[in-house]
Design a protein around this ligand. Structure first.
Ligand code: 13P
Length: 253
């Protein structure tokens, strides 16, 4: 049995106003107050961070941002630095979400710079990886994941200055209602685990957590979370409603 604590994180994407986000945070706080065995986090849009973080102060729910710029400060109109996000209440930040990679053209090297900047500020990272349907069908899933991991984590050495979590999110399973099967998830997570052990040594590789993301819902959460080497979930749509997110957290208990 692994000692890794399960981490269920809700990526709110570009949904919810501050009022709605604060209301959801309060509901989650009330409903999940007894949960001690699982780590729980919410990742609202940067605009909501301060208010949501305030609502979740001294609770068992951590707060993270969805993106950070790779530089500490400067003339980068429209961007947010790791230190600004931390100041607003983000203890965590997503890096390399497929929507950032695909829509905003973020490269593996960008991810690497962001992870280093965030770690420099003491902000924990969930580093997202995953192949597109074309890449899977072309049989290049592991080649793509290898590149994302190698370049994204280049120069990083254990022990890390802040927590590092990996999230395997096959792009074809995000927002499509089509989740990967437990066999597909197991195959990829085992491969990622082996890569991590090779790269960082057995102890660190064994301790790093690997979440699964892509159409996780109350109906499939227990089955996915039971898979070997799945240490939690990164939840999109189902994290926007208290009852469905709570059901997923409870499936991890
Ligand atoms: P869905 O759960 O809506 O498929 O989104 C997954 C995701 O992108 C989480 O980061």
């Amino acid at each position: 049995m692994s000692e890794r604590r399960c981490f269920i994180a809700g990526n709110w994407k570009m949904y919810l106003t501050t009022t709605e986000g604060v209301r959801l945070a309060q509901e989650l706080r009330n409903l999940l107050t007894q949960v001690r065995k699982v780590d729980i986090g919410v990742f609202p849009s940067a605009l909501l961070l301060s208010a949501v973080a305030k609502k979740l102060e001294e609770s068992n729910i951590v707060v993270g941002a969805q993106n950070a710029y790779a530089k500490g400060f400067g003339a980068f109109t429209g961007e947010n630095s790791a230190s600004q996000l931390k100041d607003a209440g983000a203890a965590w930040c997503l890096v390399g979400h497929s929507e950032r990679r695909k829509i905003f053209g973020e490269t593996d090297a960008d991810c690497n710079r962001k992870i280093k900047e965030l770690h420099g500020e003491g902000v924990n990272v969930i580093f997202c990886l995953g192949e597109t349907i074309e890449e899977r069908e072309a049989g290049t899933t592991f080649k793509v994941l290898e590149r994302q991991l190698r370049v994204g984590l280049e120069g990083l050495k254990a022990p890390f200055p802040a927590d590092l979590v990996l999230a395997y999110e096959p792009v074809w399973a995000i927002g499509t209602g089509r989740n990967a099967t437990p066999d597909q998830v197991e195959e990829v997570h085992c491969w990622i685990r082996d890569w991590l052990k090779e790269r960082f040594g057995a102890t660190v590789g064994e301790a790093l957590r690997i979440q699964y993301g892509g159409s996780v819902k109350p109906e499939n959460a227990a089955q996915l979370l039971r898979v070997k080497n799945v240490d939690g979930a990164l939840v999109g749509g189902a994290s926007l409603k208290a009852d469905s997110f709570v059901a997923i957290v409870k499936a991890a208990l």
